[in-house]
Design a protein around this ligand. Structure first.
Ligand SMILES: Cc1cc2nc3c(=O)[nH]c(=O)nc-3n(C[C@H](O)[C@H](O)[C@H](O)COP(=O)(O)OP(=O)(O)OC[C@H]3O[C@@H](n4cnc5c(N)ncnc54)[C@H](O)[C@@H]3O)c2cc1C
Length: 425
């Protein structure tokens, strides 16, 4: 592997610099390290994330984890969701199973994002010790024909700036922006976004699962289990729940269109009780947050020496939970191109020219855009399906879903939901 080094001026030099140590950045770094590419990841947060945030890893994401040797580990510590059950007003409408769409991986894995990031960071540390540099926020960058100069500042544990510390200067042949939906790199490159804001608001919380209490829970993250996802299509708005490892469950409730609801456990458990009759103990809440949804895509994903991947490139509604999978598919496609690009410029050999003029990078941009468009449309449909509806419309929706789940249409729905359309050869 080409190890990062220091230039005569004291700048840190590496082949690929990844900005952002979220799921996309860490996964890409692990892939590149396996290919022997000298990689550095700069992550603004000084400490690992604790928020459970994204939990759904679809079969293409599990396939991606295999590339860094983590599929089995993830499957062991996550909760396997083989079946989704749709309900309304106390009645079961039907079931969706993923076995037909993905015979080899017949489930969506539920694993808190904090745990996913921990697994990836550990894997990266094994193959490229010191590559992940936490508490470093990128504040400026300058693209040149043969590389990028980057400036970063140190951040403390509480997110405060290390004001007395000298800014860090780094040079890389290529910079990858994996710094999320509010990407600083995207802004520094002057790349705008297009898209739409939805007015749908949600409350989300992780609570003890009364149905699985006592059935598991060895170790701090619990052990893998098979439990069902529940989707309650109610006139007041959808109530979704997904198993989490460790006898817990993630609840997501549509709270209307407009302002966000107050992120309090009692507000969440009351909405669940009023719509479904289920009584949950708010005292068992380990995470609660309110969010709204939007869909945005960067106007360019590739520039002279930079590429945007993951949420920095495309943000979609979390309803349907495809964001991490999309970022990893971007990374799988970008890794061989990055390796090829740094090899072509190694040892002072002349640059192959701007990335955005290279047909392979242009193709990558098209592929990433197409995937994000499909995922965005599916997430949009999921969001629309869960909106509050007046009585007769809610009854028509219930009827439509129960018919679909009793006909071969359910196989199409399972294929769509489990991202069968994103299968890689
Ligand atoms: C409520 C909610 C639920 C979701 N549920 C799911 C789900 O179930 N399944 C799913 O697949 N997706 C889900 N998503 C989406 C998923 O969380 C994102 O798609 C995913 O986190 C994107 O990963 P990323 O690495 O591209 O960006 P991020 O996770 O946003 O990571 C970006 C990283 O960059 C760092 N950073 C930012 N700026 C800088 C800077 N200037 N310098 C250095 N570092 C910087 C940040 O600290 C962060 O660690 C959900 C999202 C939300 C909000």
């Amino acid at each position: 592997m080409t190890v990062p080094s220091a230039s005569p001026e004291g700048d840190v030099c590496c082949e690929v610099l990844i900005v952002g140590g979220g799921p996309t950045g860490l996964f890409l770094a692990a892939l590149l390290a396996r290919r022997g590419v000298g990689v550095i990841v700069l992550e603004r947060r000084a400490a690992p994330a604790e928020h459970s945030r994204a939990i759904g890893l679809h079969p293409p994401a599990l396939r991606a984890l295999r590339e860094v040797g983590l599929e089995r580990t993830a499957a062991r510590v996550g909760a396997r969701i083989r079946c989704g059950r749709a309900r309304s007003r106390g009645r079961e409408l039907g079931r969706l199973r993923f076995a037909r769409a993905w015979p080899g991986r017949p489930y969506v894995l539920s694993l808190p994002q904090s745990r996913t990031e921990e697994l990836l960071a550990d894997r990266l540390a094994e193959s490229a010790p010191g590559a992940l540099r936490r508490g470093r926020e990128v504040t400026a960058l300058r693209e040149r024909a043969d590389g990028v100069e980057v400036t970063a500042r140190r951040m403390g544990e509480a997110g405060e700036t290390g004001s007395t510390a000298e800014p860090l200067r780094l040079r890389a042949r290529v910079v990858v922006a994996a710094d999320g939906s509010r990407s600083t790199v995207r802004e520094l490159l002057g790349i705008g976004t297009t898209g739409t804001e939805h007015r749908d608001a949600y409350l989300m919380g992780d609570l003890a699962d009364p149905d699985s209490a006592g059935a598991e829970g060895t170790g701090s993250h619990g052990v893998g289990t098979d439990r069902d996802a529940l989707i309650h299509l109610e006139p007041g708005g959808v109530v979704e729940s997904f198993p989490l490892p460790g006898a817990r469950r993630r609840w997501v409730v549509h709270t209307g269109r407009g302002d966000l609801a107050e992120p309090r456990s009692e507000v969440l458990t009351r909405a669940i009780r009023e719509r479904t009759g289920m009584r949950l103990d708010p005292g068992t809440t380990s995470m609660i947050s309110a969010f709204s949804v939007r869909r945005r895509t960067a106007q360019r994903l590739v520039t002279t020496r930079c590429a945007l991947l993951g949420d920095a490139a495309h943000e979609i509604s979390p309803i349907g939970g495809q964001g991490i999978t999309l970022g990893w598919l971007d990374a799988l496609d970008a890794a061989p191109l990055l390796a090829r690009t740094v090899r072509a410029t190694a040892g002072g050999r002349s640059s192959r020219g701007p990335l955005d003029a290279d047909p392979a990078w242009q193709r990558l941009e098209r592929v990433c855009r197409r995937r994000a468009r499909v995922a965005g449309l599916i997430a949009h449909a999921n969001t629309a399906l869960g909106r509050p509806l007046p009585g007769p419309f809610a009854a028509a929706r219930t009827l439509g879903v129960s018919i679909a789940l009793r006909t071969p249409l359910r196989h199409v729905m399972a294929w769509t939901y489990s991202m069968g359309w994103a299968r890689r050869r």
